[in-house]
Design a protein around this ligand. Structure first.
Ligand code: LMR
Ligand code: MN
Length: 517
């Protein structure tokens, strides 16, 4: 169907918000996250080599890792030393590495400094040519290439290091501690590069190797969430709770998913317990989901108690303003006057052109109702609310504009609207009997202008604690990161044009670099 566009006006919906701000892969093309792992290759290789006693063929470790997940900030070294699962017979591969210990240490020494990292790569490669089954040489190579990738911001090197980690992590010949270290880094790098399947493979393998550690399964669940595979994620979290009924992380993720299935009582119970049990759950998205579930159950006072707690903990801008993708220090007010926006010119232009815009809206409405997309975020508890999108995430929908050329021409002159990567420009048609439940937009980086086109009696919008209505040919402006709610209680349709503009307090650099929503 021509002109059909996907609605992306996401409310605070996504569970994997931390990692899913946009569809961009978080690879080196876009951002650079400083290295956290590259602890010295020599240390890792040294730990593995010296904690094994080559005379009696056994490796002695510090016993099984404790259950639970207090290991948030555990250093890779500790991960290595504490992951020995009791005593293990020394394998053939272990014996090989002991026999070439000196070569391995010499190569690892080169990896100590960024200046000699290339030499280290060459040294590990040379060992591998002679001893292809040396696990430590393979791991050394993987982590040196990983480091090079970071230094050079190179996706190609990153991908190569992922391959090398994969070889170490997936090989049953390799000593278990080294496999765990490799798999953990593999998952992290693969996820960073957007290689979701590989990241999942790594967590599945980690869960197999260490079935008594809930962390791996939770991380697997989160990977599923990041790939939009909610059903699989749900199974994983349920599995965690069968084994560890008080696992906070699994509880809050599962509760978050319950909300999407309209299971609000379950959502409240689980998220609330998650928040009680684990600091991890103290995140804006869990507090908003908990409050939203309570609102659905008509428990307003309790909902605001949690919104307020989220705000007090610095996780939400305020109990009223609950967007999750925020820029700091922006003026925050539910309603705005034209003059305050710095875009009086746009507003005048829209108001002057309103009849032209209206006639195009009427034409598309008459032509084919199917070209309007229904609101798909479960915000309406009753009624019918549809939209026709002209711009989204700062990109023009040329197909849609073909049917409303004059409207698009007018909009094209408004740079702070057309370039607003965190907003949309769209016609919004609301039928009688529609109620849009209280909700917050995803970001404080935009202001939302509504140009009234067809406005019957008995329609109104509340933003914060002030309710207003529209007027034909007039613009109203609000900040949709504040809680808002809409009622359409008339006998005929209401049509408005929604134009999002960048928040006037953002500077050019921010407008350029903020990720699209
Ligand atoms: C909203 O932005 O949630 C609503 O105000 C949109 C509309 O069509 O009223
Ligand atoms: Mn809204």
């Amino acid at each position: 169907m021509s002109g059909k566009v996907k609605r992306t006006d996401k409310t605070n919906k996504s569970q994997s918000t931390k990692t899913k701000q946009s569809t961009n892969h978080k690879s080196y093309r876009y951002i650079y996250i400083g290295s956290v792992i590259i602890i010295s290759v020599a240390v890792i290789i040294g730990i593995f080599l010296t904690t094994c006693d080559s005379t009696n063929n056994y490796c002695i470790g510090s016993g099984p890792e404790k259950l639970g997940e207090k290991s948030k900030s555990k250093k890779p070294q500790e991960a290595v030393t504490s992951s020995f699962l009791g005593s293990l017979p020394l394998s053939k591969a272990e014996k090989l590495d002991f026999s070439i210990k000196k070569k391995l240490f010499a190569a690892a020494d080169k990896a100590e400094h960024d200046k000699t990292i290339e030499d280290a790569v060459a040294a590990f490669e040379s060992i591998l040519r002679k001893y292809p089954s040396s696990a430590r040489a393979q791991y050394g190579l993987a982590s040196c290439i990983d480091r090079q990738a970071e230094l050079q911001l190179s996706n190609q090197l990153l991908e190569r290091s992922i391959e090398e980690y994969y070889k170490v992590g997936m090989s049953e010949q390799v000593f278990v501690g080294l496999r765990i270290t490799s798999l953990e880094r593999l998952a992290d790098r693969a996820s960073f590069r957007g290689f979701k399947q590989k990241a999942r493979d790594a967590y599945i393998m980690l869960s197999d190797i260490q079935p008594d550690i809930a962390k791996w399964r939770n991380l697997l669940g989160i990977q599923y969430l990041m790939s939009g595979q909610d059903a699989q994620a749900k199974e994983v979290f349920k599995g965690v709770l069968l084994k560890w009924k008080d696992n906070g992380r699994a509880l809050c993720h599962l509760g978050f998913l319950s909300y999407s299935e309209n299971k609000f009582i379950e959502a409240v119970e689980m998220i609330r317990r998650g928040i009680e049990l684990d600091e991890y759950c103290h995140e804006g998205r869990f507090f908003t989901r908990l409050g939203d579930s309570l609102l659905k159950l008509d428990k307003r006072a309790e909902a605001y108690k949690y919104y307020q707690q989220g705000a007090n903990e610095g996780l939400l801008l305020s109990a009223w303003q609950r967007s999750l993708y925020n820029a700091p220090n922006l003026r925050a007010s539910p309603w705005w006057e034209p003059k305050q926006t710095g875009h009086y010119d746009y507003i005048e232009k829209l108001e002057k052109s309103w009849r032209t815009i209206l006639s195009e809206a009427e034409a598309i409405l008459d032509e084919e109702r199917g070209i309007f997309e229904p609101e798909d975020e479960g915000l309406t508890d009753t009624g019918d609310w549809k939209q026709y999108t002209l711009y989204q995430q700062g990109r023009k929908n040329a197909k849609a504009c073909e049917k409303t050329p004059r409207t698009c021409q007018i909009i094209d002159t408004m740079a702070d609207a057309t370039s607003c990567k965190r907003g949309q420009i769209k016609f919004s048609v609301m039928h009688p009997g529609t109620h849009v439940s209280p909700h917050c937009g995803p970001t404080n980086c935009r202001l939302r202008m509504h140009l009234g086109l067809i406005i019957p009696e008995n329609v109104r919008i509340r933003v914060g604690n002030e309710t207003r209505s529209w007027e034909e040919g007039k613009v109203i402006i609000f900040d949709d990161s504040f809680e808002h709610e809409v009622w359409q209680e008339s006998k005929s349709i209401r049509i408005i044009l929604i134009v999002d503009i960048w928040h006037p307090d953002l500077n050019q650099q921010q407008k350029r670099s903020l990720s699209p929503i």
